[in-house]
Design a protein around this ligand. Structure first.
Ligand SMILES: NC(=O)c1ccc[n+]([C@@H]2O[C@H](COP(=O)([O-])OP(=O)(O)OC[C@H]3O[C@@H](n4cnc5c(N)ncnc54)[C@H](O)[C@@H]3O)[C@@H](O)[C@H]2O)c1
Length: 379
């Protein structure tokens, strides 16, 4: 399989990220099938045509069902709002297309489970991947390698925060993002799911949790400025975790904390050291190795900063220069490379729909626990 036909739905934030990744992936990695940019879908049709020209797609359509019926399309990228993922993904799977879907899978756990079941029953003809792109950062991959090789000893605790301030302003107008049947979960679906994906990658499956959540700005001005609309989903959530391997953890997420732009900060503590990271400085790891019991060296005890470079694959595919830094979009290119190789080789990429449902059961369990006043929920 030398080439793979791409159909992309949506041209917003993520649509452009997918398009850029498809265009870059062959030049960056070489050993991947060449994406053929066949058809771009958006509404209205004028937006689809304009972006098809800009992104380099051969054709533009405004009806997403046309993408599913197109025989030149092998992979469908779904970058539309959450409420459309389920119907589009199920249609793509039943048309025999491989599916690259943005997170979260769906508005409700029920719908997400349906999507995961459909993907499972379509194997091996259909492969899936979900846009948990932070798992592709070479810094995170190196942290995992450090943990697995015992650099910080036995892992004893996980702590994390995923925060942005895109709804911090109480005067921000009410929108579909505030509605449960349009957006699903709030901060948990937008942000918290990314943190859960990292927590599970670094510390393993989560066995149980208890949680709290809240809405800081309970209503917002309607765009007409006359009425106010209710905010039905959470602005923030915090959970105490117990991992299957027995260790504890705590995670928190918010969309209303000023100053945080793309914070995905975590610490993995071991009995012989710790690793800390923040996506706002995505090319750095902070590593503390306790070493022998400090005596004369205690005054020099401290963290070291590891700047990512070619020693941290696949960084070197982008540039031979350490410390020069990769970007958010480069993570998407790594994600696309993983998917194209998986499609070519008939393998499951990570995280596919089955992996994503394990992540998303956790965010829905957090919401359930919080609604029930913090009761423990077993996963
Ligand atoms: N992986 C990440 O880091 C990340 C970051 C941001 C958003 N997301 C996810 O990506 C998805 C999209 O978010 P976004 O920020 O790109 O949104 P966006 O609003 O910027 O883009 C959505 C696009 O979908 C198009 N669209 C809407 N209805 C359509 C229809 N019926 N047919 C065809 N096109 C249609 C819109 O016109 C727009 O181009 C969401 O699920 C979101 O959670 C993921």
């Amino acid at each position: 399989m030398d080439t793979i036909g791409i159909g992309l739905i949506g041209t917003g934030f993520m649509g452009k990220c997918h398009a850029l990744a498809y265009r870059a992936v062959k030049a960056v990695f070489g050993d991947v099938p060449t994406p053929r940019l066949e058809v771009l879908c958006d509404i209205p049709g004028e937006a689809a045509r304009r972006h098809a020209n800009q992104f380099g797609f051969a054709r533009a359509v405004s009806d997403w069902r046309v993408v599913m019926a197109d025989p030149t399309v092998d992979v469908v990228s779904i970058t539309t709002p959450n409420k459309l993922h389920r119907e589009m993904a199920l249609a793509a799977i039943s048309a025999g297309k491989h599916v690259y879907c943005e997170k979260p899978l769906a508005l409700t756990l029920h719908d997400a489970e349906e999507m995961a079941a459909a993907a499972e029953s379509a194997l091996p003809d259909v492969r899936t991947i979900v846009g948990y792109n932070y798992l592709k950062n070479p810094a995170l991959l190196h942290a995992k390698a450090l943990i697995d090789t015992g650099a910080i000893g036995r892992v004893i605790h996980f702590r994390g925060a995923c925060d942005e301030d895109y709804m911090a302003n109480p005067a921000l107008p009410w929108s579909w993002r505030c509605l449960a049947n349009e957006a699903g979960l709030g901060a948990l679906g937008d942000l918290g799911c990314h943190l859960v994906s990292v927590a599970m990658h670094l510390a393993g499956p989560i066995a149980s949790l208890s949680a709290d959540m809240g809405t800081v700005h309970g209503d917002r001005p309607k765009p007409d400025g006359l009425a106010r609309g209710p905010v039905e989903n959470e602005d923030w959530a915090t959970a105490l975790l117990r991992f299957a391997n027995g260790i504890g953890g705590v995670i928190t997420t918010s969309r209303v904390v000023w100053g945080r732009k793309g914070r995905l900060a975590w610490e993995v503590h071991g009995d012989a050291g710790m690793i800390a990271f923040d996506q706002e400085r995505m090319n750095e790891l902070q590593v503390f190795e306790a070493g022998p019991a400090p005596t004369k060296t205690a005054a020099r005890h401290g963290f070291k900063t590891i700047l990512t470079g070619p020693a941290h694959p696949p960084y070197g595919q982008f540039t031979p220069a350490p410390g020069h830094g990769l970007s958010f979009n480069d993570q998407k290119t790594i994600e696309v490379a993983a998917f194209l190789r998986a499609v070519r080789d008939g393998r499951n990429p990570y995280p596919n729909f089955a992996d994503a449902i394990r992540i998303e059961r956790v965010i829905h369990a957090i919401a359930t626990s919080a609604r029930l006043g913090g009761v423990r929920v077993d996963l």
